[in-house]
Design a protein around this ligand. Structure first.
Ligand SMILES: [Zn+2]
Length: 430
C-alpha cells in the first residue's frame, strides 16, 4: 500500500518543517513540499496536524498471558495505535511471568497480529520473586532489551548488583527498576501524607521510592551497568536522578502522565480508580516531575497503562489492585498539561514520547527521522483538537481511566505502522 500524508508539519529529531510524506511499500520514499501522490496511493490529510515518528511506550501492561479479562495484546495494541504508538514494551508481570524463552515467544507471536509493534520485556528474577536471576542472556537472544520485575522492586541489593554485572555483557540491555522499598512500602495503599492521615488509609512514604533510586544509582556507579527508573513520582527521586546524570552515570528515567497531572487529594472519595503504584503524590512532587521532564532529567513519558476489569476496581480501596489506563490519553495529557501551559515545546514533548524512549529500548526502527529510506512508523496528530475522555469509547478492554469527563487538547488522527494506516481519521482500522 502506498500513501501520501498531505499538508502537515513534520516534527522529528531533525527539527520542524512543512512537508508532505510519501510512503511506498512500508518505507518512507520522499519528504518534501507539494509532493504528488504515487499512482493508486491513499491520501491521508494532515491539515493542521503534526507528522512525527510513532510513539514508543516503555511501560505497557498488556496482561497477556493470563489476564485476558483485563486486556489482550490485540486490544492493548489497538489502544496503543489510537494513542499514536507504533511500539509498546510489554511488561512481564503476566501469568506466567515473562521469564522464559517460551513466554517471550508467545508474546511476540501474539504481537504480530496487533496494530502496534509489541516488544517483550523480560523479568530480572525468576517468577519476579527476587531470589534467583532469570535467564537474561537467553531472553536477550530473543530481542529482549528491557529487564524488569515491574510491579515488584528487586529489593535485594546484592542480586541487583549481580544482574547489573551480568547485563553489562548483553548489548543494549537495561535494567528497569520499579523503585519501592518493600519494607517501607509494606501495607501502604496511597501516598503517606496529610491526605492518608485524614482518610485513615495506610500510606507509603515517598522515601520508599527514593531510597531505591539512591541505592540503584550507587549500584550503577559500582558496576557500570545501565539502570532505567520506571515511573518516577517523587521530588527527591527526580533530584537524585538529576545529580546522577550530572556525574555522567548511565541512568535514565521515565514519568507517567498521572504523576504530572493528579495528586493524592483525589483519593478523598476512597475511589480505587485513583489507586496506583507508585501512588499519586503531592503538588510539589508534580511540580518536580514537570521540571524533570522540562530539563531533561526525565527521558521519557511512559504510560504504565494498567488495565483492570471493573469488578476488580470496584472493590474497597485497600483491596483493589493498583493501576490505571494510559495509552489513549498520554499524548493529550502531555499537550494539555505541559505544552499548552508552555513548560515544553512540541519537539521536546514528542522527543519524550518517541525517539528518547525508542533509544532506551534499543528500537532503532522507531523514533528515527521522517526521512527517505526509514521504516514508515508514523503518528499524525492534531495538536489543537479538543475532546472529552469517554471511558465507554476507549479501545482498551478495561475502563479504569481516572480522566473520565476531562476535556483535553490534542488527538491522534492517523497512525501508520510499516506503511499501513492502522488508525485513519481517529478510527482503528483493525
Ligand atoms: Zn511499576
Amino acid at each position: 500500500m502506498n500513501l501520501l500524508i498531505h499538508g502537515g508539519t513534520v516534527i522529528d529529531v531533525d527539527g520542524s518543517r512543512r512537508a508532505d510524506v510519501v510512503v511506498e511499500d512500508g518505507v518512507i520514499a520522499e519528504v518534501g513540499e507539494n509532493l504528488s501522490a504515487p499512482s493508486g496511493a491513499t491520501v491521508l490529510e494532515a491539515d493542521g496536524c503534526i507528522v512525527s515518528p510513532g510513539f514508543v511506550d516503555l511501560h505497557t501492561h498488556l496482561r497477556e498471558p493470563g489476564g485476558e479479562d483485563a486486556e489482550t495484546i490485540e486490544t492493548g495494541g489497538r489502544a496503543g495505535a489510537l494513542g499514536g504508538y507504533t511500539a509498546l514494551v510489554a511488561m512481564p508481570n503476566t501469568n506466567p511471568p515473562i521469564d522464559t524463552a517460551a513466554v517471550v515467544e508467545q508474546v511476540h507471536r501474539a504481537g504480530r497480529a496487533a496494530p502496534c509493534h509489541v516488544v517483550s520485556s523480560g523479568c530480572i528474577t525468576k517468577g519476579r520473586a527476587g531470589e534467583e536471576l532469570a535467564p537474561l542472556g537467553e531472553l536477550h537472544g530473543l530481542g529482549v532489551r528491557i529487564f524488569t520485575d515491574d510491579g515488584t522492586c528487586v529489593g535485594d541489593a546484592g542480586l541487583m548488583r549481580r544482574a547489573l554485572e551480568y547485563a553489562r555483557a548483553l548489548p543494549g540491555a537495561v535494567l528497569a527498576q520499579h523503585c519501592e522499598d518493600p519494607q517501607l512500602a509494606r501495607g501502604g495503599h496511597m501516598n503517606e501524607g496529610a491526605w492518608s492521615s485524614r482518610l485513615g488509609i495506610p500510606g507509603m512514604p515517598a522515601e520508599a521510592e527514593s531510597v531505591v533510586v539512591a541505592r540503584d544509582i550507587a549500584l550503577a556507579a559500582l558496576t557500570g551497568g545501565r539502570v532505567h527508573f520506571l515511573h518516577l513520582s517523587s521530588a527527591t527521586s527526580v533530584e537524585l536522578v538529576r545529580a546522577a546524570k550530572a556525574r555522567g552515570l548511565a541512568v535514565t528515567a521515565e514519568a507517567a502522565p498521572h504523576h504530572f497531572t493528579l495528586t493524592d487529594s483525589l483519593c478523598c472519595g476512597y475511589d480505587p480508580l485513583y489507586k496506583v503504584n507508585p501512588p499519586l503524590r503531592t503538588d510539589s512532587d508534580i511540580k518536580a516531575v514537570k521540571e524533570g521532564l522540562a530539563d531533561g532529567t526525565i527521558d521519557a513519558i511512559a504510560t504504565d497503562h494498567a488495565p483492570h476489569p471493573a469488578q476488580e476496581k470496584e472493590r474497597p480501596f485497600d483491596e483493589a489492585p493498583p493501576g490505571m489506563l494510559g495509552l489513549e490519553t498520554a499524548l493529550a495529557l502531555t499537550l494539555t498539561e505541559l505544552v499548552v501551559p508552555g513548560l515544553l515545546d512540541l519537539p521536546k514533548a514528542i522527543a519524550l514520547l518517541s525517539w528518547q524512549p525508542a533509544r532506551i529500548a534499543g528500537l532503532s526502527e522507531h523514533g528515527g527521522p521522517i526521512a527517505a529510506g526509514r521504516p514508515a512508523h508514523i503518528a499524525v496528530f492534531d495538536p489543537a483538537a479538543f475532546w472529552e475522555v469517554d471511558p465507554t469509547k476507549l479501545a482498551s478492554r478495561s475502563r479504569n481511566t481516572p480522566y473520565a469527563g476531562r476535556k483535553l487538547t490534542g488527538k491522534v488522527r492517523h497512525t501508520i505502522l510499516a506503511g499501513e494506516p492502522v488508525v485513519r481519521d481517529g478510527q482503528a482500522q483493525r
